[in-house]
Design a protein around this ligand. Structure first.
Ligand code: RB5
Length: 149
């Protein structure tokens, strides 16, 4: 189950993200927003992020105008490693090396076809583990307020 959410500025990208999820046969839960009425992106980033952090959803995809604000908000939720992506290479590497569990996209930045490629690659790439697991573990220690050295 993938959590998806957006603000008013991200709403035009949402149907394209849903199209990729449907193409891949991946179920999703849509945490809103559902209209173009102006809303505050942290609310929606947090709703999707809390669904991922609680285990209700395995991963999440959030959208706003730039992908920056909603990604920042999602990343503040304990347990979330959210990447804002504007290219397919970073999308792939964020899974292989960083085990990103949320992806943020900017509807005012990306064309729909590039956004769909980013989503496909991000969804289909698995974490490599091994030495990267140690480093992701260090990120998680930072998330818990622990010292690294
Ligand atoms: C909304 O105007 C815009 O600020 C928001 O969608 C996002 O781009 C913030 O980072």
């Amino acid at each position: 189950m993938i959590a998806i959410a957006c603000d008013h500025a991200g709403i035009d990208l949402k149907p394209h993200v849903i199209a990729v999820l449907e193409e891949l046969g991946i179920p999703y839960t849509d945490f809103g927003t559902h209209t173009r009425e102006s809303v505050d992106y942290p609310l929606y980033g947090a709703r999707a992020a809390r669904a991922v952090a609680s285990g209700q959803c395995e991963r999440g995809i959030v959208m706003c105008g730039t992908g920056v604000g909603i990604g920042m908000a999602a990343g503040k939720v304990h347990g979330i490693r959210c990447v804002t992506c504007t290219d397919t290479y970073s999308a792939k590497m964020s899974r292989l090396h960083n085990d990103a569990n949320m992806l943020a996209l900017g509807a005012r930045v990306l064309g729909s076809e590039l956004a769909k490629d980013i989503v496909r690659i991000w969804l289909m790439t698995a974490f490599e583990g091994e030495r990267h697991a140690r480093r992701v573990g260090m990120i998680d220690r930072l998330d818990r307020g622990e010292a690294l050295e």
